[in-house]
Design a protein around this ligand. Structure first.
Ligand SMILES: C=C1C[C@]23C[C@@]1(O)CC[C@H]2[C@@]12CC[C@H](O)[C@@](C)(C(=O)O1)[C@H]2[C@@H]3C(=O)O
Ligand SMILES: O=C(O)CCC(=O)C(=O)O
Ligand SMILES: [Fe+2]
Length: 341
């Protein structure tokens, strides 16, 4: 019998686990929609993907691979620093370096990260110290964010076309606005001892299940698996990694603007027992004062019930940051049905 030493058990005991989902024999991986941005049909296909999954993979995205690999190598350099050095960029409140703690309401995961805002009105970030060549680091982060924001905007413009809402930049202008309250995250999921996984028969949670509050999120990772999305029937689907493509999530705000046509996809990351996973995520958000509500131009066509009350992004963000990771943050903003109707 293998007996785990007490310190080792304690090290992992506060991180959540989930059952291996291979026991059912159904781990679908080949059904994730792949959108070729050069395909003339892309807008229709994106709409279908947003309705069915709230998630899709983007190829022919136009983001130069050098921009991606240069930033990844800076991120790896950072995460390879000693704990003392990395802590100089922390604690994450919410921006900066964080390890294991996610947010400020008690969530934990097998992950360390750097979280930044793109909002020039929020000054927090100026005080984040990146050890080493910080000028190069910030230059690469900015270059990457610009490239990925452009790609996200192309996707949002195709969505506007597909939904036949006008003007075409109705959604993308929120991300392009100089006051856009977007954020950017570099996540590192270290490998963890396979022995522990085998003994418990459970997977260690890297990043617990949640939806992203913003409009869309653009995810890129190295070649290590771990990301899973929840399907409409609640089963988890493993997303095969693809370092040359981007994965796009519908966020809560886009679910509201589409009046529930699109799904803000629940997703999570499981730790990998053999390899590190490094991911970079751009969360495209509106300016803080932006009003988020079901798009009136969508509703005019049909006699459709409005599912959400209007809120500003600032109100939603404030409320979201009081919730735990796995909470349903939109339920507070759902319009109550009038029993008299
Ligand atoms: C537990 C939390 C972490 C989070 C803020 C929150 O209170 C609830 C939403 C979380 C989330 C999920 C998507 C993004 O990773 C994130 C940056 C965001 O905007 O909302 C995180 C927040 C965070 O890590 O601070
Ligand atoms: O690291 C990943 O692949 C996804 C993480 C994520 O969902 C998040 O940071 O919101
Ligand atoms: Fe997420």
């Amino acid at each position: 019998m293998v007996v785990l030493s007490q310190p080792l058990v304690e090290k992992f005991s506060h991180i959540r686990t989930c059952k291996h989902n291979t026991s059912s024999g159904h781990v679908y991986t080949g059904i994730i929609p792949v959108i070729d941005l050069l395909d003339p049909e892309a807008n229709t296909l994106i709409i279908k993907a947003c309705q069915e999954f709230g998630f899709f993979k983007v190829v022919n995205h136009g983001v130069p691979i050098e921009i991606i690999t240069k930033l990844e190598s800076e991120a790896v350099k950072f995460f390879n620093l000693s704990q003392i050095e990395k802590d100089k960029a922390g604690p994450a409140n919410p921006f900066g370096y964080g390890s294991k703690r996610i947010g400020s309401n008690g969530d934990v995961g097998w992950v360390e990260y750097l979280l930044f805002t793109t909002n020039p009105e929020l000054a927090h970030q100026k005080s984040i110290t990146i050890p080493g060549n910080s000028l190069l680091f910030w230059a690469l982060v900015n270059e990457y964010i610009n490239a990925v924001r452009n790609m996200g905007c192309m996707v949002l413009e195709k969505i506007a076309e597909g939904l036949r809402v006008e003007p075409k930049n109705l959604l993308s202008r929120m991300l392009r606005d100089e006051k856009s309250d977007s954020c950017f995250r570099l996540n590192h999921y270290p490998p963890y001892p396979e022995l522990l996984q085998a003994l418990s028969g459970r997977n260690l949670i890297g990043f617990g299940e949640h939806t992203d509050p913003q409009v869309i999120s653009v995810v890129r990772s190295n070649n290590t698996s771990g990301l899973q999305i929840s399907l409409k029937d609640g089963t988890w689907l493993s997303v095969p990694p693809d370092p040359f493509s981007f994965f796009t999530n519908v966020g809560d705000s886009l679910q509201v603007m589409s009046n529930g046509r699109f799904r803000s996809v629940r997703h999570r990351v499981l730790a990998n027992s053999l390899k590190s996973r490094v991911s970079m995520i751009y969360f495209g958000g509106p300016p803080l004062s932006e009003k988020i509500a079901p798009l009136s131009c969508l509703m005019e066509e049909q006699d459709e019930r409005i599912l959400y009350n209007e809120f500003t992004w600032s109100e939603y963000k404030k409320s979201a940051y009081k919730t735990r990771l796995g909470d349903n943050r939109l339920s507070l903003f759902e319009k109550k049905t009038n029993p008299a109707q």
